[in-house]
Design a protein around this ligand. Structure first.
Ligand code: NAI
Ligand code: MG
Length: 366
């Protein structure tokens, strides 16, 4: 049977950028005979408007069944005053939690045509292609005790950093598997110098390496030093694996090495399903961008690159993923720019649909 894909466009610019992904998906069906069973549903504010909940149970069930979920973005000012339990982002959190998506893949990839656009020197970022694997379901954002408590005559805010061996083991395996398909190098980051969880992290990552991935080059780095090295010479890295908190910070910093939020894809992967494919959710890093929603200004590339990740990691179509990335490189090299990729003096930007059309045209020529 065909590979199945659930599309959840969401709110704000989510549906606008997803419409361009649909063009790409249609192209693969028509020109490469690569077809997907695509279904579409609501998430976030759009789901709340219709069902009074940011993720309907039927949508959740569907997400558990398909080979991959592709999500646009959720949220917006219209929903800011809603009760916490039905806020749009709760829909996304429920997906991540119930699908148990423990490995968050955040590539930082610099398209040559945009190297000038980075805040760093061109030689530091040109050709950059690294992958940060962030543990997503445990660590300090979830550990107990957690809360604001009375202590004597004042309050104390508490979060607990907590990792079990199996939680570290499974995300380390994801990183080593990825590295084998890339540059065969993993750098693990923690603070084993000052944190117990860091000591355990380093030990477990080393053990997984020695037992099952001795062919992959492994190094360890303190996360603060890692932040420095990421800015100084990011090309020294291939895959970086780190915990939830450090990964949150390091992946945002690494992302900005390469320019705009409108260019950044992500994947969140869980355990393999019966068919061997991992549970998977793909989404751009950006949000619903209410400031530009409805104006045709959004850059669709982050969402299209998220689909490229789905081709590579869910559908075993690495060559087709590379074809899509090359098409994007081509249109950028030819000067195609949405507003987020331009300075104020750089002329007239392309619209969302013009960028999508240009990418499909480049695919046609590939
Ligand atoms: P945002 O990512 O939506 O926007 C930040 C800035 O980047 C804005 O100026 C926006 O116009 C620009 N931008 C974002 N994506 C772009 C694209 N594809 N092309 C061109 N410009 C782009 O983050 P913000 O403003 O903090 O949040 C807006 C809403 O999105 C909030 O409701 C927030 O909760 C939600 N959000 C949702 C996320 C998700 O669905 N995963 C992630 C982050 C925020
Ligand atoms: Mg963050």
């Amino acid at each position: 049977s065909n590979a199945s894909l659930l599309i959840l466009p969401g709110d704000g610019i989510g549906p606008e950028v997803m419409a361009e992904v649909r063009k790409v998906i249609d192209w693969y069906g028509a020109k490469r005979d690569l077809t997907f069973d695509v279904s579409e549903d609501l998430v976030g504010g759009a789901a709340y408007d219709k069902h009074g909940t940011p993720l309907h149970d039927d949508t959740m069930a569907k997400a558990q069944e398909v080979d991959a979920v592709l999500l646009g973005a959720v949220g917006g000012p219209k929903y800011d005053s809603l009760d916490f339990s039905v806020k749009p982002e709760r829909g996304l959190l429920r997906l991540r939690k119930e699908m148990d998506l423990f490995a968050n893949l955040r590539p930082a990839q610099c398209f040559d045509a945009l190297a000038d656009f980075s805040s760093l020197k061109k030689e530091v970022v040109a050709g950059l292609d690294i992958m940060i694997v962030r543990e997503l379901t445990s660590g300090i954002y979830f550990g107990e005790p957690r809360g604001i408590f009375e202590e004597g005559n004042e309050r104390v805010g508490i979060n607990t950093q907590r990792y079990t061996e199996s939680e570290i083991d499974r995300v380390a395996r994801s990183a080593f598997e990825l590295a084998r398909r890339r540059g065969n190098k993993v750098c693990s980051m923690e603070k084993a110098n000052v944190m117990e969880s860091g000591i355990l992290w380093r030990e477990v990552v080393q053990k997984v390496h020695d037992e099952d991935y001795p062919d992959v080059e492994l190094s360890h780095m303190y996360a603060d030093a890692g932040a420095m090295q990421l800015c100084r010479w990011p090309k020294q890295f291939d895959v970086i694996v780190t915990d939830n908190l450090f990964g949150d910070l390091l992946s945002d910093a690494a992302a900005m090495l390469t320019g705009s939020l409108g260019m950044l894809p992500s994947a969140s992967l869980g355990q393999p399903m019966a068919n061997g494919r991992p549970k998977a959710l793909y989404e751009p890093v950006h949000g619903s961008a209410p400031d530009i929603a409805g104006q045709g200004k959004a850059n669709p590339i982050a969402c299209i690159l998220s689909f490229a990740m789905a081709l590579r990691y869910s559908f075993d179509q690495g060559d087709e993923a590379a074809r899509l990335e090359a098409a994007i490189e081509t249109v950028l090299a030819n000067g195609a720019r949405t507003a987020d990729l331009m300075g104020p003096e750089d002329g007239t930007p392309m619209s969302t649909t013009q960028m999508g059309d240009a990418i499909v045209a480049a695919l046609d020529a590939s």
